[in-house]
Design a protein around this ligand. Structure first.
Ligand code: TEU
Length: 542
């Protein structure tokens, strides 16, 4: 891979700035805090950071509702703080990717204020406006990801506007070329400032069906709604045929790519949650070298950590996305932290945290880590009174929302609020998180924190893991076995995700060579068979 291709197989660390490090005592993390903690991130051996939104915003969706794309919210600091952070990151050899939330804006964005002021202003057509039905009800049956209809009545225009998420997140109208141009302009602003790329929020939601046709009901054989819809939410009862993933989107993604290609070494990773269609959508969006560099999929963000599920999902992508690139993650700011999601028994958390780290590092693709996963943090259990996520507040207690993965980073075991803030944090730091603080793990060889360092070093040391071929090997249900190959090096990986000892006998065509030491795991080969303890793995040279 060339320097411009740095993103291929890279490890990206996601920072949720609100919860990373507070330097002002207001209980909310800020950009100066990110700068202060960059050395921690660099010490893990990652290649890049992805910063969740820090732009001006009323924070109705914690910054995923932007009211000014080209400024920093005062809560997080200033543009000068951003520039300092960027320079410092680059000095440490870290690339910086920022979140672009362009499918919708905040209702406080000047564009929307103008658009809603009348039916004939300059921006009248910048959002998705539609007439009510004759009986006054919404134009069609589309639903919001966060519950309720996707349409909100506006008394001034006497029309409905569309929103895929909160009513305060009106959807931009991408069918209007001026909208596309304005958004590309804001991207140019950050590229000129020196960012290395973008994470494109909801990259398959940009366009809607211009005829605003009704969505058909969900078909049982396509779990299309996927993670977008916990069972509590009627959103999952529709097939989202007309409100997202429209054919016109490809044209816009090409414009984004052309813009990025006019700079050097920049990248784009599109967030694509598209359920059963994800394979097709990711293949389409990342093929040909003229659209997105990579897509981030939701497929490993579910509850299933079995060998058969992971194989089905990863193999599915390897087969479908031949001329493209996938980005994998086990955790992010939208889902329950994976050590809690995958298991019930607290005593297994450390082991599963290590195994998941090693598994993720051996996959073909780019990988994203979410802040705190390197400490093995479990999901925080919060009281209703603590909740800040509107999605959780709406569906509590059937769905507890996304605050449990957004609590502050624990840095120091003995400091107030684990060293995150001198003031009262916006979400509490759980006692058990403080016990897992970075400073305590620092000193312990083999701690989850040190395991991440060792594992990422292992990944870096084997080019086959970065962009080598990946092929699954026949095995029984309980075992995940695959090879990674580049040049003369072929490595066999065997994972046991069960609580029983297992033995894996390779196919007769395969001759096992020496066992390669993998940090933290001790699977061994005896008489041509790989023997694995519960929750163990091995790597063998072929
Ligand atoms: O998430 C997109 C998305 O599809 C979410 O609905 C996701 O499925 C859900 O949060 C899972 O519980 C992105 C951001 O990552 C999220 O934080 C934002 O709220 C959302 O877009 C709207 O901008």
């Amino acid at each position: 891979t060339s320097a411009a291709d740095w993103w291929r197989g890279a490890v990206i660390y996601q920072v949720y700035p609100r919860s990373f490090q507070d330097t002002t005592g207001d209980g909310i993390g800020d950009l100066k805090g990110v700068t202060q903690r960059l050395s921690h991130i660099a010490s893990l051996g990652v290649d890049a950071i992805w910063l969740s939104p820090f732009f001006k915003s009323p924070m109705a969706d914690m910054g995923y509702d932007v009211s000014d794309y080209c400024d920093v919210d005062p809560m997080f600091g200033s543009l000068a703080d951003f520039d300092d952070m960027l320079a410092e990151a680059h000095g440490l050899g870290l690339k910086v990717i920022i979140d672009q939330v362009i499918s919708h804006t905040s209702d406080q964005h000047p564009w929307f204020k103008e658009s809603r002021s009348s039916r004939d202003n300059d921006k009248a057509d910048w959002y998705v406006w539609a007439e009510p039905k004759k009986d006054g009800t919404a134009p069609n049956n589309w639903l919001s990801v966060f519950g309720g209809p996707a349409w909100e009545w506006d008394g001034v225009r006497r029309q409905y506007y569309m929103h895929n998420f909160l009513t305060s997140q009106p959807d931009l109208n991408f069918h209007n070329p001026d909208v596309q141009e304005a958004l590309l302009e804001t991207m140019r602003f950050w590229l000129d400032r020196g960012v290395d790329g973008f994470r494109l929020d909801t990259a398959n939601y940009y366009f809607h069906d211009a005829k605003i046709r009704d969505n058909p009901p969900h078909e049982p054989d396509s779990d299309e709604a996927g993670l977008d819809a916990p069972d509590v939410n009627p959103y999952g009862m529709q097939a989202h045929r007309y409100d997202k993933t429209q054919p016109e989107n490809v044209g816009f993604l090409k414009r984004v790519r052309a813009l990025l290609d006019s700079y050097e070494g920049r990248t784009a990773v599109g967030e694509v949650g598209d359920g059963a269609r994800s394979l097709k959508t990711v293949a389409e969006y990342t093929s040909g070298g003229d659209k997105l560099h990579m897509c981030y999929t939701f497929d490993l963000l579910g509850p299933d950590f079995s060998a058969s599920y992971i194989r089905k999902c990863v193999e599915g992508f390897q087969k479908a996305v031949t001329d493209g690139w996938v980005c994998w993650a086990f955790s992010n700011h939208d889902v329950e932290r994976h050590v809690s999601r995958f298991i019930d028994a607290p005593e297994e958390r450390e082991r599963v945290a290590r195994l998941a780290a090693t598994l993720l590092s051996t996959l073909r693709g780019t990988i994203c880590l979410y802040q705190g996963e390197e400490l093995g943090l479990p999901e925080a259990e919060l009281a209703f009174e603590d909740l800040r996520d509107p999605y959780g507040i709406r569906f509590w207690p059937a769905f507890k929302g996304r605050d449990g993965c957004r609590t502050p980073m624990p840095w120091q075991v003995d400091a107030p609020h684990a060293g995150f803030s001198a003031g009262r944090p916006w979400l509490p730091v759980p006692v058990e998180h403080a016990r897992l603080a970075a400073d305590t793990q620092e000193k312990v060889p083999g701690s989850v924190l040190n395991h991440y360092r060792d594992t990422l070093a292992f990944r870096k040391a084997h080019p086959a893991l970065l962009d080598g071929e990946m092929a699954f090997v026949k095995s029984n249900q309980d075992v995940l076995a695959f090879t990674r190959q580049k040049g003369a090096e072929t490595l066999l990986f065997v994972f046991n995700l069960t609580r029983e000892k297992v033995e894996f006998a390779p196919p007769s065509s395969m001759t096992l060579g020496e066992t390669v030491a993998v940090p933290g795991f001790g699977g061994r080969v005896a008489d041509g068979t790989v023997e694995l303890a519960p929750l163990d793995m091995a790597c063998v040279r072929l």
